[in-house]
Design a protein around this ligand. Structure first.
Ligand code: SAH
Ligand code: SF4
Length: 380
């Protein structure tokens, strides 16, 4: 009999290998078809625990709950914003590390269908240390496991949030834009993407998943070979190395020419459009010179510039570029031949930028935070 000889807490069902589950079930005299049944059940949007898998015999549900966990997330504190259209969670893990994820719903508008995006973390903290980012300021905690990554999605997929779109299309988008640099945890992030894709689990198409990177060139090249259907976003934030060295310190290792080169290889080899993310900081990276330089970097290949007004972290010396400055920047980019959109800033009142809610809750238990919270959470 294959017993699970893993140190530490019981494994989470989100990352268990089907062969391990099959052996565990076989040892209990269960038929082979149970493996698929358990995996499908654990990923159903109406199941909040093993006990909800009512197509399984009760003793099996109890045995599953003794050997496995339904989620590797120990506790979550959730707050809502935008009239219930945005919700943000701080999740606590086994060792007390905390991470963040966000659910954003967009109502159907005109011909556009209702959309839902789930933003997840790839690491507890981040070592890249971008000075405008709350996660970067807090430093690096540890790598997340594939199960800890998938369980953030399951948190919103399951009751009471049920993130699946109401039109029955049965999917949502996932963006790696929470805490951490995903390509500094590439093996586990790639494994998490495979788990998310798995038709026996959530079955989320790769084209609905976006990896955002500060510019880890070898990881971007691996994506071409290993995840060619996943979307790539590159956090550029400056168009000269002198400024980018300050704003995205990993630029000292992989400077702009190399980062943009890797983006162009990805676009050329996959035929996909790469987004270039650009946080707009008043008086710093929003000058005409930076705009002209950015147009030069973005022009002539399948790229798309996404401008994001800075959401200032508490005590930040910087503020976001005002609308008139953004308009001017957009014009220069378009005149320079780049395609551009300005991203709406969701959930400002719930500290939705990367790492901010986590920072605000530092030193408090999630139970205390929940008790003190006045922001309402409105599951759909
Ligand atoms: N580490 C990866 C992914 C996580 S950060 C990366 O940097 O791409 C996701 C996005 O949030 C990045 O584009 C990042 O620059 C942006 N971001 C971080 N702090 C922000 C803030 N205070 N305001 C607006 N965007 C921010
Ligand atoms: Fe890390 Fe991204 Fe924040 Fe930079 S912006 S510190 S890379 S999470």
């Amino acid at each position: 009999m294959t017993e699970l000889q893993l140190a530490g807490p019981r494994p989470a069902i989100s990352e268990i290998e089907p062969s391990v589950l099959a052996a565990w079930l076989d040892a209990r005299g269960e038929p082979a078809y149970r493996t698929g049944q358990v995996l499908a059940g654990a990923h159903r949007s109406d199941a909040g625990s093993f006990d909800d898998l009512s197509d399984l015999p009760k003793p099996l549900r109890e045995a599953l709950a003794e050997s496995f966990r339904f989620s590797s997330i120990v506790d979550s504190h959730v707050i809502g914003a935008d009239g219930g259209m945005t919700a943000k969670a701080v999740h606590e893990l086994d060792d007390g590390q905390r991470i963040e994820s966000v659910l954003m719903r967009y109502a159907a508008r005109g011909a556009a269908r209702e959309r839902t995006t789930i933003c997840i973390s790839s690491q507890a903290g981040c070592a890249v240390a971008c000075p405008f980012c709350a996660t970067g300021q807090a430093g690096f905690g540890r790598q997340l496991t594939p199960g800890e990554i998938v369980d953030q999605v399951l948190h919103w997929h399951r009751p009471p949030y049920n993130a699946l779109s109401e039109d029955g299309a049965g999917h949502y988008n996932i963006v790696f834009m929470g805490m951490g640099e995903p390509l500094n945890n590439a093996d586990r992030v790639f494994e998490a993407v495979r788990l998310l894709n798995d038709p026996d689990r959530l079955g989320i198409g790769a084209r609905h998943i976006t990896v955002s990177t500060s510019g880890v060139v070898p990881g971007m090249d691996r994506m071409v070979d290993e995840l060619p259907q996943v979307n790539l976003a590159i956090s550029l934030h400056a168009s000269t190395d002198a400024l980018r060295d300050e704003l995205v310190p990993i630029n000292r290792k992989w400077p702009l020419a190399e980062v943009v080169g890797a983006g162009r290889r990805f676009a050329a080899r996959t035929g996909r459009r790469v987004s270039l993310e650009y946080v707009m900081i008043d008086g710093l990276n929003d000058t005409d010179e930076q705009a002209v330089g950015l147009a030069d970097l973005a022009r002539g290949w399948r790229s798309h510039v996404n401008l994001i007004p800075l959401n200032p972290t508490p005590g930040s010396r910087w503020s976001g570029t005002p609308p008139a400055g953004i308009d001017r920047f957009v014009r220069i980019l378009r005149d320079g031949g780049a395609t551009v959109t300005v991203r709406d800033t969701r959930g400002r009142e719930i500290e939705a930028a990367c790492g901010q809610l986590h920072a605000q809750l530092s030193g408090r238990s999630l139970r205390e935070a929940r008790a003190a919270s006045t922001a309402s959470v409105a599951p759909a």
